[in-house]
Design a binder for this molecule. Sequence first.
Ligand SMILES: [Zn+2]
Length: 492
Amino acid sequence: MITISKFYITTPIYYANDKLHIGHATSNVIADVLARWHRLIGDDVFFVTGSDEHGEKIEKSAAAAGMQNIDFVDYEVRKFKELWQRLNISNDCFIRTTEKAHEEAVKAFIEIIGRNQDIYKAKYSGWYCVHEETFWTELELKNGKCPECGREVKILEEDAYFFRLGKYQGRLLEFYNKNSFVLPPYRQKEMFNRIAGGLRDISITRPSVKWAIKFPLDQDQYIYVWVDALVNYLSALGWPNGANFKRFWPPDVHVIGKDINWFHSVVWPALLMSSGLQLPSTILATGFWTVNNEKMSKSKGNVVDPIALIDKYSADALRYFLIREKGTGEDGSFSEDAFIARINGELVADLGNLVYRVLTLAEKAGEDAKFEGRNELGKKLEMEKLEKSMEGIDINSGLNAIWQFIREANKYVNENKAWALHGAELSNALYNLLEACRVISILIYPFMPETGEKIAAQLGAKIEFRQCAFSPDGKFSGKIKKGGYLFKKIKV
Ligand SMILES: [Zn+2]
């Protein structure tokens, strides 16, 4: 196993105009599980999430709400922070693109690229959609309308500054050939093909959008919101100065949504190549949720609010479902029925039931009972497979491996008829089962931190990775303090 001593992980910074739904929550939970896992195994972790706060859409929304731009984003960002707190997201930094230090970092970044002759002025003309703040080519339009949102587009011609993306085609192809960069692998192939198909230079400034960072090379221009946003991964570390930059750069994982894969997997590496900075190791482009097999959209009114689900079912249950229900990076289908089925069938019937019956037996064995025996159950835990999955950023497989072990532990109770055992046989069975629960409390902690802590507390044990194996002396040495049920069964 490769041990990384530092681990820098980021989520997308969400647009301050967005109403955060389970898709955003999934990206942040994936990043949080990975951050917690790496802290657990002893790595030096830095975990960033944040908000993307400039652009025309923000100006419009603020005006519609009768608010100043900055008051509008302040208000929206408070809701982001509340959600991440409710979901137990353990980010070390929340970066806002309206912070002075971020704005300075963006200007410094542009200046470096300019010095490297990668920026030039030209006329930009194209079909423009206000909603995505994006220009489209004639070919990309769908029935003459925006291919992304279906809204009307208008021809816009303006002075702009361009980044020489085309110049980096060869280096990007070489980089893609040498590295497994984008996950899942078919998304790497998709990006590779697009790079191979040719890269056009891209405009990085706008003259008209005022709610943006001033372009340092021309006072009449403003920096495009997506360039501004990408630099957050640097500014969050205090770049160009700052000890954190030296300590954590380059990023180990950028968790993103598949809709912004192009910017992260093609444009961002090219910008970094131009600036002479090291490239990130991995881009995890996650898929989307459909809701009852329909695309989630504001117009359909089927956007799933994570806060409502946390209120109803708990943060851990939601974290569990978002990771367990679909392959890491894949698309998935959300339904409340499927969610309840996993709560009742897995959180209650597998994990909750295991912990409750094992602690009941241990308590019944009495104050002076010894829990000693030979390791029988520990061999069922596929630790190597689990560690490999987590290293490979396949946390869905990691969670599946943990769940397999939970089911093995329940099977052990049944096959040994643990409730009917006495003396040395009971002591042996409880040694195995209590150690299993203790190891499970450590392993599920990154996925469900509150539940991991609750189980550890009932066992008088600690969440420590170096103790994440059956004790070699054949003794369980915790202190039993049985609690209530970990999860409540949902009536259907
Ligand atoms: Zn559009």
